[in-house]
Ligand binder design. Structure first.
Ligand SMILES: [Zn+2]
Ligand SMILES: [Zn+2]
Length: 347
């Protein structure tokens, strides 16, 4: 075991504090990563506050991790000491079920092992990336291309893959009309990636306050959803809509914007059900779908795609001591567009 510095939540109601956590010894198939940067995802906040169910404390969160490989186990073949490595939302899966064999480990039928707050296969509770080191099985470690700015790359491991996967699956590209609902951490990556794939991108945001940003990120059009006229004007016009909003929205209103065979994909996870009228789906043969992160192979493909197209998240770099303030700002949507913790400040 190795004791390493970390930031952890002592309970659901207290601020995160500086502490130490244990990392397991490097096994034959493991990689030890010295973490350099960790992104702050909204899921981190929901989880430490117990809003998605009870968790064990103290808990270190963080599932947008990049760092340098400093040790590898005797059977490791995919990574070497000195490599730039990434870890996203999962660190293991059963590897035997149909979904794992299809390379879609995020949908492991036995449940994938989350990077934090999950019971690992050795019975310990996983601890996330707000720490100086992590030990991960090599099969769940990504290669971070050298051309990606390291201090900006971490959010690709959750926000990047969460939006890349549905855009790729539903074939966003030249000739397709893609709408992105919400311009936050996920939404801003959806706009960049869809634009790089060659799609014509429209942002649907509550107000026009981030319009200038939206256009810089690659959106050709920008509409306020608080304006009723938006829904009349854009009826039957999108092939694909990526809904990144995790609050309850009027799904029927968005479905009515889909063209023939269009699909609305939810990547946000509101706690309440989202009612849908069957007639809205029947008209134009529309689909209402969901998508959750991406498999390891697809996550690597996304990192390589972003490197090739020169895409990286818009980030604000903070010290570990600023994590609690950053959480308050995330809750107020006061971040453009992702906080990244400089892990050197935890050393
Ligand atoms: Zn996340
Ligand atoms: Zn599986």
């Amino acid at each position: 075991m190795k004791t390493v510095n970390a930031y952890a939540a002592p309970s659901a109601t207290e601020p995160l504090v500086r502490t130490t956590i244990e990392r397991r010894d490097v096994g034959a198939k493991d990689v030890l990563i010295e973490i350099r940067y960790a992104g702050i995802c909204h899921s981190d906040i929901h989880t430490v506050r117990g809003e998605w169910g009870p968790v064990a404390y103290p808990l270190t969160v963080g599932h947008e991790i990049v760092g340098i490989v400093t040790e590898v186990g005797s059977e490791v073949t995919k990574h070497a000491v000195g490599d730039r490595a990434g870890v996203g939302c999962m660190v293991n899966s059963c590897r035997e079920c149909a979904n794992c064999l299809a390379g879609e480990e995020q949908y492991c039928l036995a449940g994938n092992t989350g990077t934090y707050a999950a019971v690992d296969r050795d019975g310990t509770v996983t601890q996330g990336g707000y720490s100086t080191h992590v030990v991960v099985d090599e099969d769940f470690v990504l290669r971070v291309p050298e051309s990606l700015p390291f201090e900006k790359a971490a959010p690709l491991l959750c926000a990047g893959i969460t939006t890349y996967s549905p855009l790729h699956h539903w074939k966003a590209g030249p000739g397709s009309n893609v709408a992105v609902v919400g311009l936050g951490g996920l939404g801003h990556m959806a706009v960049k990636i869809a634009h790089a794939m060659g799609a014509e991108v429209t942002v649907l945001s509550q107000t026009l306050s981030k319009q200038e940003d939206g256009r810089k990120l690659g959106a050709a059009h920008y509409y306020a959803t608080s304006d009723e006229a938006t829904f009349e004007k854009l009826a039957n016009s999108f092939d694909l809509i990526i809904n990144t909003v995790s609050a309850k929205v009027d799904i029927g209103a968005y479905l009515s914007l889909l063209t023939l065979d269009g699909t609305l994909v939810n990547v946000g996870a509101p706690p309440e059900p989202l009612p849908v009228q069957a007639f809205t789906l029947m008209n134009n043969r529309r689909s209402f779908a969901g998508s959750s992160i991406g498999g390891i192979r697809e996550t690597q493909e996304m990192l390589d795609f972003c490197a090739e197209h020169g895409i990286s998240p818009e980030t604000e770099l903070i010290a570990a001591t600023e994590i609690n303030d950053a959480y308050e700002r995330v809750l107020k949507s006061d971040v453009r567009y992702r906080f990244v913790i400089d892990i050197a400040t935890l050393a």
